[in-house]
Ligand binder design. Sequence first.
Ligand code: PMP
Length: 367
Amino acid sequence: MKVYLDAVSTTSVDPQVLETYQKLLNEYYCNSDALYDDGVAIYDMQEKARALICKMLGVRKDELIFTSGASEANSLAIKGLALKHRDKKHLITSIYEHSSVHNGFKQLEEDFGFEVTYLEPDEEGHITPEAVKNALRNDTLLVSIMQVNNEIGAVNDIEAIAKIVKKHPGTYFHCDMTQGLGKLDLDLSNIDMASFSAHKIHGLKGSGALMKKEFVQLMPIISGGQQEYSIRGGTSNSLVNIVLARTLRIALENKEKYHDYLMELHDQLHDGLKDIVKINYDKGLITLMNIDTPIPSEVLLNALNERGIMVSSKSTCGSRKNEINRTLHYMGYDEDHAIRISFDYTNTEEEIDYFIKNLKEILDQYA
Ligand code: PMP
């Protein structure tokens, strides 16, 4: 039996998304910027998809830039804004952002002379609105705080943070919403920029978007032609962009449809684990749990892998790096013994049982 419990890392492609993509691939291949009919047809479909996505996100129909995923969206938002407005030197982020945010800030600090404040999570795992308020300065250009932390599932009060930043003239707010999309309610009214990724919501890999309000000026990070309002160059990945509209629609429909089912899986997992391991964090996203066991993470991952169970010990983007795990480190958890379990509506009760049973057996053998 194969059991995939790493939905935070990526998800399987929804059959409807796959079918739509395959159909489009069979029919269309022209460049969406070509001026003959077939090119224009693809361009029109892409712009229709952009408008539909914007409608679902509750923003204007031209406030979306298609990207290759959330890493690119984060890089464009953060570096694009900072490099465009070099008169302001202060930036605020949190210490537990995804590497595509964290390393962007490091680069701005080390190579471009910006000053960065890295906020630490409180005991509950949150970056508080008060912490953001206290860190703001007259020369603060940007605040970037993630909606949901991808290691422990902590959910930040983004609306409250966005309201505080909104009141501070000349400061922009960016939010990495990769792990919240399709799981939490969306309110982008006070958010200037937000990053999204398709493969976390049963879409295609290499697909994502940056929501950017009309008044936000960015320096292009990928130089090129007229594509994406001249902010993101390169021949458009039009069919993938078109399919993103369908992906998002399905994800938003499924958010309501599967909420109770996911809560049942959560409770089953929690009940099965609470007496056999230490639960590090289970106060945020219901589909993510971070646990600590007496077995070193790597040993446990391998033992579970041998039984067909896929979980991870930290963000997959850093899985081959030997750096400290910033989230677990600042939360005071044992980095060498932590395991992240995450699931979605494609998982079953039987799979959760299988995981718990096998984990118990491995723990017993190790004791
Ligand atoms: N931000 C967060 C919070 C993530 O979890 C991830 C994926 N691990 C990313 C950004 C990067 O997304 P992508 O793979 O689309 O570049």
